[in-house]
Design a protein around this ligand. Structure first.
Ligand SMILES: [Zn+2]
Length: 245
């Protein structure tokens, strides 16, 4: 929109920061500059063999894993809640583009063939009206040019919300809920799995397992916007600190 019209539109229909609820200037989208600058970034793309990657060791062939920010404080929780439950799916795409631009020069995306967002069951997609992880994947694709694949894996069973489960219960809860339906698309590919929040890695491991069960030669990288649970306060120096949960 031309800037003068944007100014006039913004005067009559002001928008507000999804994180702190302050009124946005016409130069700002979704997040105010303050919230954007003070996001608790993990900077995980600058490190190798982080606790974040180690979560997947022995469970699937993992190349790299990153998260944009720590899931802490009201501000970051608001961002995820808004995109997930408050009909702001485009917010996920917007944040994902920001993140992809911040890390693309680190080489994180090099060699990745396709992006697969964690699927929802059709029932849940229908109820919510959208799958937020698709939007996150599309945002990354827009910046990197890597294609998004949404027809290779299906989620066949609804899972209970993971929030009140411990690690073992979480693993059990998400086991065998995904099914690979197009092995031809994923065979021998380096796949970027995308989700909104990483807590224990149970969902992503279950998805990885389903893909590996029907296709050879796959390897994975992982990208989530938010990093929660015990991985949250991870120091990058000691692997034992973050592995126990
Ligand atoms: Zn703000």
């Amino acid at each position: 929109m031309m800037s003068i019209w944007k100014d006039i539109y913004g005067f009559f229909f002001p928008s507000f920061c999804v994180s702190c609820d302050e009124r946005l200037s016409t130069q700002e989208d979704y997040l105010c500059l303050y919230c954007l600058a003070t996001l608790p970034r993990t900077l995980s793309h600058l490190y190798r063999q982080t606790p974040l990657e180690q979560v997947f060791w022995g469970r699937m062939p993992i190349e790299r894993a990153v998260s944009f920010f720590y899931h802490e404080g009201e501000s970051t929780k608001q961002i995820i809640w808004q995109m997930k439950y408050n009909s702001r799916p485009k917010l996920g795409g917007y944040i994902a583009q920001l993140y992809a631009r911040e890390i693309i020069d680190s080489g994180f995306f090099d060699g990745i063939d396709i992006i697969i967002p964690v699927p929802l069951t059709w029932r849940k997609t229908l109820r919510r009206g959208y799958n937020q992880t698709h939007y996150i994947a599309e945002g990354i694709s827009k910046v990197t040019g890597i294609p998004v694949v949404t027809n290779a894996v299906k989620k066949t069973k609804d899972t209970a919300s993971q929030t009140n489960f411990n690690r073992l219960e979480r693993l059990d809860n998400v086991d065998n809920v995904f099914r690979l339906i197009r092995p031809d698309i994923v065979r021998n590919k380096h796949i970027l799995l995308v989700d909104d929040v990483l807590t224990t890695g149970a969902t992503l491991c279950s998805l990885g397992k389903a893909i590996m069960s029907g296709a050879e030669g796959v390897r994975f990288s992982v990208l989530t916007l938010s990093l929660a649970g015990s991985l949250k306060g991870m120091p990058y120096t000691s692997k034992n600190d973050a592995m126990g949960e």
